[in-house]
Design a protein around this ligand. Structure first.
Ligand code: PLP
Length: 466
């Protein structure tokens, strides 16, 4: 190892450790240890960053904002401009595609649909590969380079693989990705092929892929880039910083996110908690996670807790019953055994938020409303607006409260779904032999019209639409 390499390691090591989240264990491990679960007790691992001193915190806000005007790639990145909060040395060769710095949109039609006075949507689909995964992948692939790994792997419902493929290509390392055959949108698969990854289509679902990945990760030459990787979470937590900056550091009442493997909710919760610890915000927004009904193990667990526990009891259950055969057209969250459920649930409970589930019809209609705001997103992202509508109806979110939804993927990630919804042919398990297919109504359908190629025909149809 070069002298410089040693120095870099020491500086990064001063700043953070990896720690087991189980209070009874709380084992700590160096940043260079390639672990995804605690080697002592099997618990989840998170990175414990030594945060900057509170006195410096006020200056940080200004420094982070100023970096946006810098010509340097690491300053312009929406991840690396927050590097004081990250477990990397200042002189690391960051792998970046200019991720982050995504828009926060007003969504008046969606707000009205939910029964809210106002609603803002943070669009993480506006990242380089079209999903929020890029913020985490920038950090995970940077860590792979720090460790000298030559091969990075992931199991994916599509977006993780597209993102890993792109970042691995930037870094010049091999990416191998495991996808459930026939269960991935064509657009996501196409991205992974274009970025040069080794695409392995497995006969199994995402959860089978995830099991395989954990076995592959035992090989010291292979680095796992799923959100079980704590460095992914570090990159993704910067979204909380960026969001607060966009809110002028005024804490919203609610932040609502979709839940699949639960990495995104874990990361947002960690980001807000760190801002609170630093004194940059004065309270936590309530973090609510929304799953699809056919794939909602954490929502089920949350519902079972909710009825029994006294207020203020944030202790976590030891286990979660997985969903054996998850069903949803929102393929990005079609996950029956989310690996980060415990970290995410801890963040939700601390913040006073909830975990709920919504139906396929609710997701599809909410997605169409987001489209009508001129924003658009992929199906999984629309669970947020569907979830808000439910929570406003049940009184958990007040009409006048400030609410932010996190959209996780780009509208073009799954065009087949959109086209089928608007033509009225969308159906869960279409083609199922046992007759289990469940049609989804095109409530806000907007099918193309077949029109004669004349001025009169077009004017007539415009008149009818008015
Ligand atoms: C990955 C993904 C999710 C789920 O995020 P988790 O961190 O797995 O909970 C939701 N939506 C989209 C578009 C995704 O790509």
């Amino acid at each position: 190892m070069t002298e410089k390499g040693t120095k870099t390691t020491e500086k990064a090591a001063e700043r953070a450790v990896q720690r087991c989240i189980e209070p009874a264990c709380a084992g700590t491990f160096g940043l260079r240890e390639r672990i995804y679960v605690c080697p002592r007790c099997g618990g989840s691992i998170e990175i414990d960053c030594r945060l900057p001193a509170r006195e410096e915190a006020g200056q940080l806000r200004e420094r982070w904002r100023m970096r946006l005007a810098s010509p340097e790639a690491r300053d312009r990145s929406g991840v690396w401009r927050f590097r004081e909060m990250l477990p990397f040395a200042e002189d690391t060769a960051f792998v970046t595609l200019r991720e982050g710095n995504t828009p926060l949109y007003d969504a008046p039609r969606s707000a009205h649909y939910c029964g809210l006075a106002g609603l803002r949507l943070k669009h993480q689909g506006m990242n380089p590969t079209g999903s929020f995964k890029d913020t985490g992948m920038s950090a995970a692939v940077t860590q792979a380079m720090v460790l000298g790994a030559r091969t990075v792997v992931c199991a994916s419902t599509g977006n993780t693989s597209a993102s890993l493929a792109a970042y691995a290509a930037r870094a010049g390392v091999t990416a191998a990705i495991l996808l459930p055959r026939g269960q991935i949108s064509a657009a996501k698969l196409a991205q992974s092929m274009d970025y040069g990854a080794l695409v392995c289509e497995i006969d199994g679902n995402f959860d089978d892929g995830m099991r395989l990945i954990q076995e592959l990760g035992e090989d010291p030459a292979i680095y796992v880039a799923n959100s079980i990787n704590p460095f992914r979470i570090e990159g993704q937590k910067t979204v909380a910083f960026e969001l607060m900056e966009q809110c002028g550091w005024e804490v919203p009442d609610h932040v609502v996110v979709p839940g699949g493997n639960m990495g995104n909710s874990t990361a947002l919760g960690k980001g807000f908690q760190e801002l609170l610890d630093l004194g940059l915000i004065s309270r936590l927004p309530k973090l609510t996670v929304v799953q699809a009904e056919g794939s909602a193990p954490v929502a089920r667990l949350f519902a079972s807790l909710d009825s029994r526990r006294p207020a203020g009891d944030n202790s976590l259950p030891a286990t979660m019953a997985p969903v054996e055969n998850p069903r949803t057209l929102a393929t990005a969250i079609k996950i029956g055994a989310p690996v980060s459920w415990k970290k995410a649930l801890r963040a939700v409970l601390r913040s006073g938020g909830r975990v709920i589930a919504v139906s396929e019809q609710e997701i599809a209609d909410a997605k169409a409303m987001i489209g009508r705001d001129g924003i658009g997103c992929e199906p999984a992202s629309a669970t947020t607006v569907a979830g808000m509508k439910r929570l406003v109806a049940s009184g958990h979110i007040g009409r006048e409260e400030s609410v932010i939804g996190v959209l996780t993927g780009h509208v073009l990630k799954d065009p087949d779904y959109i086209s089928q919804y608007h033509r009225g042919t969308l159906s869960l398990d279409a083609g199922a032999k046992d007759g289990a297919a469940q049609p989804i109504a095109g409530t806000f359908r907007n099918a193309p019209e077949r029109v004669a190629a004349t001025r009169a025909a077009i004017l007539e149809i415009l008149e009818r639409r008015r």
